[in-house]
Design a binder for this molecule. Structure first.
Ligand SMILES: Nc1ncnc2c1ncn2[C@@H]1O[C@H](COP(=O)(O)OP(=O)(O)O)[C@@H](O)[C@H]1O
Ligand SMILES: [Mg+2]
Length: 248
């Protein structure tokens, strides 16, 4: 469903990617890990067609993002949901209006249909009863849930989550991950979850890819990464395993 072939990208002479290749099969969920600044957000933006490859190709459902005509790129974006890092909502809109926004922008659904769809999606993420509150009136976890509902409301086939748990306490973070997992079971989207908190997502992803030095440094099932003897992978994954064991 998603295929990245030999992707190169620099910003102001600073090389971020030097030959990234990665595949995500239909219905699969991949965790994308790596140090801060290694290019995880930049990679998601290439998949979403928000950034163009300097060299290499990004193919989504058989279409090359770079060469796609503007119309097919727009059509592709409609099938894609993006939970941006920070997951910001529009502060001036209540949760209902925030979730309704993509439907009003992208579809010609009637107000009645939109209302039904938005209330359903807010219910799915456990926000029934808070529809008409503003982002400043609810907790960080609820803001994240609403952002998730907004990303999911168009029934995307592809979901990109950029650090969905960052900034949340562990209990709330885990609840968000469980919610993502439940949504995946229901919708069976193809997904990429960018995260620092590897231990949290290892239970729900099919595969993990680690970005390092501009390439996919390591890739495999969570178990395979845990078992890796590569010191770079161990520095990332081993520490978490140790922590988990310590917590019993
Ligand atoms: N629009 C941009 N302009 C210039 N540099 C950028 C831009 N977006 C990202 N970068 C740089 O690319 C690198 C990777 O960034 P990013 O993908 O945000 O890292 P992370 O893995 O933490 O998500 C960083 O060095 C960042 O400063
Ligand atoms: Mg990032």
């Amino acid at each position: 469903m998603i295929e990245i072939q030999n992707l190169y990208r620099s910003f102001d002479g600073n090389r971020v990617f030097q030959g990234v290749s990665l595949k995500v099969e239909k219905g699969e969920v991949l965790a994308l890990i790596g140090r801060s600044g290694c290019g995880k957000s930049v990679l998601l933006k290439h998949v979403a067609g928000l950034l163009k490859p300097e060299r290499g190709r990004v193919i989504v459902d058989g279409r090359e993002m770079d060469l796609a005509r503007r119309r097919s790129l727009a059509a592709l974006r409609e099938r894609l949901g993006f939970l941006f890092q920070g997951g910001a909502l529009f502060d001036s809109m209540n949760l209902f209006e925030n979730v309704a926004f993509p439907l009003r922008e992208k579809t010609r659904l009637s107000d009645k249909r939109i209302q039904a769809r938005v209330l359903e999606e807010l219910d799915n993420v456990g926000l029934s009863g808070s529809e008409y509150k503003y982002p400043s009136q609810v907790s960080g976890g609820m803001v994240k849930r609403a952002a998730l509902a907004r990303a999911l409301v168009g029934d995307p086939e592809i979901m990109l989550f950029d650090e969905p748990t960052t900034g949340l306490d562990p209990v709330t973070g885990r609840a968000i991950i469980e919610l993502i997992d439940a949504c995946h079971r229901r919708l069976n989207f193809t997904g990429i979850i960018v995260t620092h908190e590897i231990s949290m997502v290892f239970g729900i992803v099919d595969r993990v890819a680690m970005l390092h030095k501009g390439v996919v440094w390591a890739e495999g099932t969570p178990a395979r990464l845990f078992a890796s003897e590569d010191p770079v992978v161990q520095a990332f994954v081993g520490g978490f395993q140790h922590l988990e064991e310590g917590q019993g």
